[in-house]
Design a protein around this ligand. Structure first.
Ligand SMILES: [Zn+2]
Ligand SMILES: [Zn+2]
Length: 1000
């Protein structure tokens, strides 16, 4: 797919241009709604009414009214309504649609003349894809009421909904449509089938079956009972009419229902436009439109510090565990394990430079178990106070997040894939008790030592993998697992350290819910028996319990013993003294801004800052001589602790070894992030400058273990306390925060000077978010509003909104595996082979093996870079981000740069996305550039990266704040920690990525 192919189609069609306002329509709603006029929109859904000669379509998540001939569209709904998927009522006076205004999809209707919105459904379920019946008295839609994707019928007179099909099967449903006779509907069932249902008889019939690996979307019955629909095949989508293709490979219709303009003509969204064509395929035309939008909002001006002050009290207390007698707490801080006597001193108990984490107490209080990767992969070790460290497991797939049974003889733990096991301490034998689930929380034992509870994600339905964090209880004898919510439609805050933790009397479990610590009453088998009760109004994280039932949690960096008092960790985070003055002599210097190199340069570094950049002087004695020097690379989007335990101590050296000198997380478990940020800045751990964030804020549902469901303004204010109190460097509003809450979030962050990003472009632009992460990140709609759903094509609205606003866009080219085939050097590179845990290396090889045949990955990569390049050329800000460890740690930044260059960036332009541009989105003018006054973050490279981008990985030495690291030094601690005994092919990479794969 090339630019020319993409634009070719527009040659024969009329584009919007200056279309006169249709005088029959009232004027536009808001005076300032003309700051940006957009003439394309991505993934348009539309509905047509012949009687009034109008189309209603959704663009930028609002409904717009348009004459069939085209023109200036009239806004029907505001940004907060978050309206999509219109369906006309037969009288032409109202339009049904789906609204996310209240944080879950409801079916609503808007009156075209008054623009008053009526809510037809409400509640925590998602009601989607409405279609109004020919008589206007009924409506069919998809709903996930009761945890099942199903087609529902709503009688508008009675307001009474009932499920029609799907409530008793495990298929996902999409796009129901009414037959003109009013007795039948068609819908997509289980992705690959179109069925009909005869309502009076309940008879069902399969109408079409998609070939293997393909799926249907967007059904629409015509006036004569013909059925139009979309068939999706990898990166292609085709509009069909009763088995006959109407569109070719040169366009990509939106995966949404087409509208019938007449018996002979269809209208549909495709490649940013509304198009019409006759049902014989002829007469293709665009229906030009323009929509006028509010001006960009004012984003927070970034004022977050790049490093903590010279001395500060440690707040990064990761995984605190209260001792059985409630006198002491163990936790990870500043790269070590600590024992803190409450009210007394803290002492380091494990500190060998490897990743030691998640201490859990033995019941006698004399020792703890923890995991450490000092032997290559994380395994369990026992530390006896006043004694030594004894190894408990030697498992190739790792052993993490241990929990000791109340009897002290067994330990529950999880392997790298998320499967749960039990170790018999005396014999050393282990036994798997639960299959891998998607990033489960820490296990906790029942007081009788029979069961283990943990947080798991329960999908909302077959159509939505997101849902809530529930309690799973596993019987360790039988392996029987049961899953239940803490309360209907509520979530345990995160799947990590937030419980459930079984209370020692067995009558309750402790869990953090909506950022407050709660007691959840349970029966002896773990069944929830009542509503959760909040125990404290303090913002809470990481709950743990003593043998007497005392409850400990973290609140804004302090340890809180409930009913007792708060304890400030008596540990100081001290910045190290800067390295001595040095002169770096570069044969060639690229300063991050210039078009080319400056030859034979001396760079003087004092106190970590560049003080001079001058022609090489004979009287200077350089401490380092380099062929080429460029600014250190910045990765603006990663998740250090998404698999932080799995990558362990390798992660920091790996980022550095591949030239990343600043790494910004856009979402992590807050206290684990803080711990790593303090450990790196204080020099306790080796790694790039780390700027961090806590859990991204999601809405009524969530999926990743380190994201938070936020369901009310009251809770949002608690989240803001944590965000501001713990000094996040950025906040990610994830997929499901309603527009109104997001406005509140931005308002507060503007005051705090903390940038906020999301996956969305509009209304994020108007709300005042700072950036859009990914080119077409996961979307609550199930499809993107910035990239086409199948082929990843970009329409002009995306380019226009990104380049005319303040927002940056991050690259995160997660699917650029094809680059491994063209330039395989990074696979064989010592840095990859030594610093990747063996299972990650195996999965990397698997990606390489699959790359040649993966057509959709190639289409997406090409499409993603096309978007980035057009934004860049239009004057927007493109920044390099990897999304590692969803992409590969370290290696990913080079894959991003290489793919950019392959599809049109110059090497210099690509490098700027990871240097000067990236620095701008950190609010750091002293990063990403080599000039006096800038921080000395530099790469010494043996090559010519401005001519060959592959050379950017040929790094010999890395400087962060003037501190130097050579590659062999970074590799040394891991050289002998090769693949462990018994290692076999690991389980396939667990899915989970920010990109929508299939509109589920
Ligand atoms: Zn991400
Ligand atoms: Zn994302």
């Amino acid at each position: 797919m090339t630019l020319s192919r993409r634009t070719l189609f527009r040659g024969g069609v009329v584009l919007g241009g200056a279309v006169a306002l249709d005088r029959r329509d009232p004027p536009l709603a808001l005076a300032d709604d003309s700051a940006m006029v957009v003439r394309q929109a991505t993934n348009i859904a539309l509905s047509h009414h012949g009687g009034i000669g109008r189309i209603v379509f959704d663009a930028v998540n609002s409904l717009w009214l348009l004459p069939v001939a085209g023109g200036s569209a009239r806004r029907l709904t505001d940004d907060a309504e978050d309206a999509t998927w219109p369906s006309f009522f037969p009288d032409g006076k109202r339009v049904a649609f789906q609204s996310f205004r209240d944080g879950a999809y409801d079916i609503c209707a808007v009156d075209l003349s008054s623009r008053k919105v009526e809510r037809l459904t409400s509640g925590p379920q998602y009601d989607l894809d409405p279609s109004v019946s020919p008589d206007g008295r009924r409506l069919v839609h998809v709903s996930d009421t009761g945890g099942r994707s199903a087609v529902w019928l709503l009688h508008l007179d009675s307001g009474c909904p009932r499920s029609l099909v799907g409530a008793d099967d495990d298929r996902s449903y999409h796009a129901p449509t009414w037959h003109p006779d009013g007795d039948r509907i068609a819908y997509v069932a289980g992705e690959g089938t179109i069925e009909t249902l005869h309502l009076p008889s309940g008879r069902r019939k399969v109408l079409h079956t998609a070939p293997e690996g393909q799926w249907f979307r967007g059904t629409s019955y015509g006036p004569g009972g013909e059925l139009a629909y979309i068939l999706v095949d990898g990166p292609r989508a085709t509009l069909y009419l009763d088995g006959r293709a109407l569109t070719g490979r040169d366009e990509e219709p939106a995966q949404l229902p087409p509208a019938w303009i007449s018996r002979k003509e269809l209208a549909y969204g495709a490649d940013g436009e509304i198009r019409r064509r006759a049902i014989d395929g002829s007469g293709l035309q665009a229906i030009p439109f323009s929509v006028a939008l509010a001006p960009p909002g004012r984003p927070p001006r970034i004022r977050t510090p790049l490093a903590p002050p010279k001395e500060s009290t440690v707040r990064g207390v990761a995984g605190p565990a209260l001792s059985p007698d409630a006198s002491s707490v163990c936790f990870r801080a500043m790269g070590a394990l600590w024992l803190l006597r409450l009210g007394g001193k803290a002492e380091k108990i494990v500190d060998d430079g490897y990743f030691s984490s998640d201490p859990a107490w033995f019941p006698d209080g004399r020792s703890i178990v923890y995991s450490s990767d000092r032997s290559g992969v994380p395994n369990l070790w026992r530390h006896t106070f006043g004694g030594g460290d004894e190894r408990l497991t030697d498992l190739p797939n790792g052993a993490m997040v241990p929990s000791v049974a109340p009897t002290g003889d067994r330990i529950a733990f999880q392997d790298e894939s998320g499967a749960t096991h039990v170790l018999d301490v005396a014999s050393g034998k282990t036994r798997q008790i639960a299959e891998a689930t998607y990033f489960p929380g820490k296990p906790s034992w029942s007081p009788d030592g029979r069961r283990v509870a943990m947080a798991v994600v329960e999908a909302a339905s077959e159509r939505d993998t997101a849902g809530h964090n529930h309690i799973m209880v596993v019987d360790t004898e039988t392996g029987k697992a049961t899953t239940q919510p803490v309360a209907p439609h509520r979530s345990i805050a995160t799947r990590g350290d937030d419980g459930p933790v079984w209370s020692p009397d067995g009558a309750s479990m402790l869990a953090v819910i909506e950022s407050l610590v709660h007691r959840v009453p349970v029966a002896s088998d773990g069944t929830v028996t009542g509503a959760p009760v909040a125990l404290s109004p303090m913002v809470a994280d990481s709950v743990s319990v003593s043998a007497e039932g005392n409850v400990l949690f973290l609140s804004l960096g302090k340890l809180v013993l409930l009913g007792d008092r708060q304890y400030v960790p008596p540990i100081t985070c001290t910045m190290p003294d800067p390295p001595p003055r040095k002169v770096i002599r570069a044969g060639a210097l690229w300063d991050g801004r210039s078009d080319g190199y400056r030859n034979d340069v001396d760079i003087t570094v004092e106190d970590g800052v560049i003080t001079a950049v001058e022609d090489a002087r004979p009287e200077n004695t350089p401490s380092v001589e380099a062929t080429t020097v460029i600014p250190g690379l910045i990765d603006v989007h990663n998740h250090w602790h998404f698999r932080g335990r799995q990558w362990g101590s390798r992660q920091g050296p790996l980022w550095l070894a591949y030239g990343v000198t600043t790494s910004r997380s856009t979402g992590d478990p807050a206290y684990h992030m803080l711990e790593t940020r303090e450990a790196i800045h204080s020099g306790a751990r080796v790694g790039p400058r780390f700027l961090g964030s806590g859990e991204p804020l999601d809405g009524s549902r969530c999926y990743f273990g380190f994201m938070r469901c936020v369901t009310s303004e009251e809770q949002l204010l608690r989240e803001l306390q944590r965000i501001i109190g713990l000094d996040y460097n950025v906040v990610k509003s994830y997929q499901r925060l309603p527009v109104a809450l997001e406005r509140t979030l931005v308002r507060h962050l503007r005051r705090a000077g903390i940038p906020v990003v999301s996956h969305y472009l509009y209304p994020a632009v108007a709300t005042g978010l700072n950036g859009m992460e990914h080119t077409g990140g996961g979307n609550r709609l199930g499809y993107s509003r910035t990239l086409s759903a199948a082929g990843g094509r970009t329409a002009d609205d995306t380019i226009q909104l990104l380049s005319e606003s303040h927002m940056w866009v991050s690259s995160t080219l997660l699917f650029a595996h094809e680059m491994f085939l063209e330039t395989p050097d990074l696979i064989e590179d010592r840095r990859t082979k030594v610093l990747f845990p063996w299972w990650e290396y195996e999965r990397l090889l698997e990606k390489v093996r699959e790359a040649p045949d993966n057509e959709i990955n190639k289409a997406w990569t090409e499409g993603d870079v096309d978007l980035l390049l057009r934004v860049h050329k239009a004057g927007g800000t493109v920044v390099a981000g990897t999304d590692a460890p969803l992409d590969d740690v370290g290696v990913g930044i080079h894959q991003n740069l290489r793919a950019m260059v392959k599809y049109g960036f110059s090497p210099r332009e690509a490098l700027q996305t990871a240097t000067t541009n990236a620095a701008r989105c950190l609010g750091a003018s002293d990063l990403g550039v080599v000039r006096p006054g800038a921080r000395a973050d530099l790469l010494a490279i043996d090559g010519d990266p401005l001519n060959d981008i592959n050379d950017a990985a040929r790094i010999e030495r890395v400087f962060v704040d003037g501190r130097s690291y050579r590659i062999p030094e970074l590799l040394a601690p891991f050289e002998d920690l090769t693949t462990p005994r018994g290692a076999s092919t690991p389980a396939p990479r667990l899915h989970g990525c920010c990109r929508i794969q299939k509109g589920k």
